[in-house]
Design a protein around this ligand. Structure first.
Ligand SMILES: Cc1ncc(COP(=O)(O)O)c(C=O)c1O
Length: 399
């Protein structure tokens, strides 16, 4: 199929049901920002709400703002909103800590809930923090982390596996697991599954409840646009909540934090996975961003992210044959970015930056995030034009 023409791209933008959301973001004029898979852009509402939280809440209400301004409920309230993006019930998601810390808490809790089983199973080549945390959590629990190739996952699932940890969308290849199928196979082997949705929540359709998911975590600062260092979120299916306890028994996870009791008594629901005081300013920005996403709705965001990726791949195949795509092709299931291998990836990225296109680099791989609320089809056209020029200027390197 021929790649879209500039007129086709203009037409796609004109008919884009999400086009109006671009105005809701503060983006420098003329910049084509394709790194929302790393740090989402600034929603204008987040800046306004932060200003209000700083001046009218922190500045005026001081400590009483914890109750008067809904600060203390923020982790559960924002979690309940994120739940709607990932197909979960409101009391199955809470905002807390970072993705890495949430992975640790859930891995340890799940291993402890499966005492007879020795193995924590994962796949090779996942995002480093997932592997580092899994390795240490397994060691602390006296278990073993086994990493297998993606295609060998099914063979690796046996009666010794306590927990399977997987990223739903891969950070380099954007490949998506079939969540329902993996959950069903793991459950048949008696294992639990913990999903990292950092590269799929907000850009792909996710149905945690419908797919029978046990546990999940996800990042707040990428596609959720929650701002630099935004807190992460975690999901625990309702059926597991009373059976799992956090290894980080902090006061905010206590059943009655303000009783200041000498003994730890976990909160009855998912709140037991809170640890310390929530970062209210970051939560404020995250909530503003999530409100925008709820307005846009997941099916529209997922469809646009996929179409933007298809267009990028079709144009790049025609204009930039020297780039080796490493993501699923047009029409296939994919996360929110496209990525290409090239021996001169670093030089190409630097050149793109000078041409006003921001992507990112993972080793010899160029990544371009296609956040559906602010990336336009014509931005993709311009980015591929810039890539074509950058490739023509790139130093010749082999291998
Ligand atoms: C798949 C995945 N998980 C986790 C993280 C890191 O999460 P955090 O910085 O919130 O610990 C990243 C960061 O890029 C990631 O890509």
């Amino acid at each position: 199929m021929a790649a879209p023409t500039p007129a086709d791209l203009a037409d796609l933008d004109a008919k884009d049901p999400l086009a109006r959301f671009r105005e809701a973001f503060d983006l420098p004029d003329g910049l084509i920002y394709l790194a929302g898979n790393s740090l989402g852009a600034l929603p204008k509402a987040a800046a306004a709400r932060l200003e209000a939280a700083v001046r009218a809440q922190w500045g005026s209400r001081l400590v009483e703002a914890w109750t008067a301004c809904g600060w203390i409920e923020a982790p559960a309230r924002v979690g309940g909103k994120i739940a709607r993006l990932v197909g979960a019930a409101p009391d199955e998601v809470i905002v807390a800590d970072s993705t890495s810390v949430d992975l640790f808490k859930l891995i340890v809790a799940a291993l402890e809930a499966r005492p007879g089983r020795q193995v924590l199973l994962g796949v090779k080549g996942e995002f480093p923090t997932d592997v580092y945390v899994a390795g240490e959590a397994a060691r602390l629990c006296g278990r073993r982390l086994a990493l297998v190739e993606r295609d060998e996952l099914e063979a690796g699932l046996n009666e010794d596996v306590a927990l399977l940890v997987l990223t739903h969308g891969h950070y380099r290849t954007a490949r998506l697991f079939d969540m329902g199928q993996v959950n069903a196979r793991a459950h048949a082997a008696g294992a639990l599954v913990l999903w990292d949705l950092s590269h799929s929540a907000g850009v792909a359709e996710v149905d945690l409840s419908g797919s029978g998911a046990d546990l999940a975590v996800g990042c707040g600062y990428k596609y959720l646009n929650g701002g630099p260092g935004a807190p992460a979120w975690l999901y625990i299916a309702e059926r597991h909540q009373a059976l799992l306890t956090s290894p980080l028994a902090g006061w905010m996870g206590h059943a009655a934090p303000f009783d200041f009791a000498p003994d730890y008594r976990p909160a009855p629901g998912i709140a037991r996975f809170l640890c310390g005081t929530p970062p209210i300013l970051s939560l404020t920005a995250l909530e503003a961003a999530i409100d925008l996403m709820l307005e846009a709705q997941v099916p529209a965001m997922a469809a646009k992210a996929r179409r933007l990726g298809d267009v990028f791949l079709e144009l790049a195949a025609e204009r930039c044959p020297a780039l080796e795509p490493i993501v699923p092709g047009p029409g296939q299931m994919r996360g929110g970015h496209v990525a290409f291998r090239h021996a001169s990836a670093g030089a190409i990225l630097a050149d793109l930056g000078r041409r006003g296109v921001v992507g990112d680099l993972r080793g010899d791989v160029l990544r371009f995030g296609l956040s559906p609320l602010y990336v336009r089809y014509q931005d993709v056209g311009r980015a591929v034009e810039a890539l074509t020029a950058a490739l023509a200027a790139a130093p010749l390197k082999v291998g």
